[in-house]
Design a protein around this ligand. Structure first.
Ligand code: NAI
Length: 452
């Protein structure tokens, strides 16, 4: 049996930072991964989808300008090959880092003998401390068996090498709207089907409104408040009956109705789970079992890579003799549509529900010169503020808004006021000016916006 100070199970965005942090603290560390290092994010989520979005947007962006002549088109096979290369480069980068920090790597399925003893192939490993970073997987819906041919999930869709003529996307959450953006940019006919009353139903209502309008304008057929019934899979496509009586015929289907944690069997090892199957952890990321930690998607919502990084580092630190806590943190959400969406902190509804006397102020992105240069003037910066100028939430819809998510989060973390933002020089011309302009607008003295 091989013995380690810290044994990390899972090599995704929670597991690999955990292993690296523990190794930095001088612990003898091993990590087990059954697939590729970097996990869902690097190989099937964040990285390839953002590469795909970039690729799909390139031609569309160029064709938007009147001085581009002749039209630019995309070679889909080459695009998918490039997406694959971007992912494998990131995955190799993770492995390089792990090795560089002296973490021992084991490949294969981890089979638990007990919560601190794991078999991988014919090897048996024991961790004095164990970090569970097993991640999550897509939820299936009854009647839509993912076969990787006609019915896809976020993993299998990356294996297609021919652009679909038409696609039905079930679920208009993050994955749904991002893929609706990809395939409408590429010229596929897109149907987007959402059970709830609006696209991005869990986000700010103005995001839903904007995205609904923009996706429809791109030709996406949106069905909200509608359920997809059992499909009929034929030789050359899929026929789906919707709960409103419509029938749609498409080449392929993408199911994107959420994810669930890979926590099966953990309760049998004595690790306590909540009613949704997430591992329950304390603010040091420790489970109910002494010396056993959990981090990332396995340890609860939101299932985002940057939240997993944060938790991985906390678990890694605490498993290797440190003592740090996960205090209340602002976790930004970013949706890489066109324009991109960023949300951090409270929506107005959430602020009011929490007893804050807040209001929301919306500044249109069209007031910012760089938006014209980017060729995208639809969008806004919305701040949820109180009468004292305290900021409780920032919601941005703008070209390259993802690059402002860090600043928006920093403003909330540092409890900056509207005045602080207004007094901070933002370079011109940049999209970041929208934050300052919005602050000046809230104070009542904008100079790139006419108050009526
Ligand atoms: P999601 O939870 O964001 O959205 C799923 C949507 O499907 C919801 O709007 C839900 O109402 C709808 N739905 C559920 N059952 C349905 C049914 N039977 N018919 C029609 N609609 C139905 O989940 P999604 O998009 O699958 O993404 C999973 C997770 O992955 C996200 O919660 C997020 O944590 C992560 N992710 C993050 C991204 C980012 O940060 N940009 C991008 C993609 C995924």
């Amino acid at each position: 049996m091989e013995k380690y100070d810290v044994l990390v199970v899972g090599g995704g965005p929670a597991g690999y930072p955990a292993a690296i942090r523990a190794a930095q603290n001088g612990a003898k560390v091993a990590i087990i991964e059954r697939d590729k290092f970097g996990g869902e994010c690097t190989n099937y989520g964040c990285i390839p989808t953002k590469a795909l979005l970039k690729g799909a947007k390139v031609a569309e962006e160029l064709n938007r300008y009147p001085f581009v002549k002749g039209g630019v088109s995309i070679d889909f096979k080459e695009l998918m090959r490039w997406v694959g290369r971007v992912s494998s480069r990131s995955s190799r980068g993770v492995e390089y880092l792990l090795k560089g920090y002296g973490v021992e790597i084991y490949r294969g399925e981890a089979r638990f003998k007990d919560v601190k003893t794991v078999k991988v192939g014919d090897k048996e490993l024991h961790g004095d401390k164990v970090i569970l970073a097993l991640g999550s997987r897509p939820i299936d819906i009854p009647g839509f068996p993912v076969d990787g041919e006609r019915i896809h999930n976020n993993r299998t869709i990356l294996g297609i090498d021919e652009k679909p003529g038409s696609i039905a996307i079930i679920g208009a959450g993050y994955i749904g709207v991002e893929y609706a953006t990809v395939f409408s940019s590429l010229g596929s006919e897109v149907f987007l089907i959402e059970l709830l009353e609006r696209v991005l139903p869990l986000m700010d209502k103005d995001f839903s409104r904007l995205m609904d309008k923009i996706l429809r304008r791109r030709g996406v057929k949106i069905y909200t408040g509608v359920k997809a019934e059992k499909p009929e899979i034929g030789g050359d496509g899929v026929s789906i009956r919707l709960s409103n009586g419509d029938v749609i015929n498409v080449d392929i289907v993408l199911v994107a109705v959420g994810r669930r944690p890979n926590s099966e069997g953990l309760d049998g090892l004595g690790v306590r789970l909540d009613e949704k199957g997430f591992v329950i952890v304390d603010d040091m990321m420790m489970t109910n079992v002494d010396g056993v930690y959990a981090a990332g998607d396995l340890a609860g919502q939101p299932m985002l890579a940057h939240k997993a990084f944060l938790e991985g580092v906390i678990a890694g630190e605490n498993a290797s003799g440190g003592e740090i806590y996960k205090v209340s943190k602002f976790i930004p959400s970013v949706v890489y549509t066109e324009p991109e969406l960023v949300s951090v902190g409270y929506t107005l509804e959430a602020a009011l529900d929490n007893g804050i006397k807040a209001e929301e102020k919306l500044y249109p992105i069209g007031g910012v010169a760089k938006a014209y240069i980017e060729g995208m003037t639809e969008g806004f910066v919305k701040m949820v503020v109180d009468g004292e100028g305290s900021i409780y939430g920032i919601h941005i819809a703008a070209p390259n808004a993802s690059e402002l998510a860090g600043e928006a989060t920093y403003l909330l973390e540092t409890r900056s006021t509207v005045e602080d933002v207004a007094l901070t020089v933002h370079p011109h011309p940049t999209i970041s000016e929208a934050l300052k302009e919005a602050a000046e607008y809230i104070i009542g003295r904008p100079y790139h916006y006419l108050l009526k």
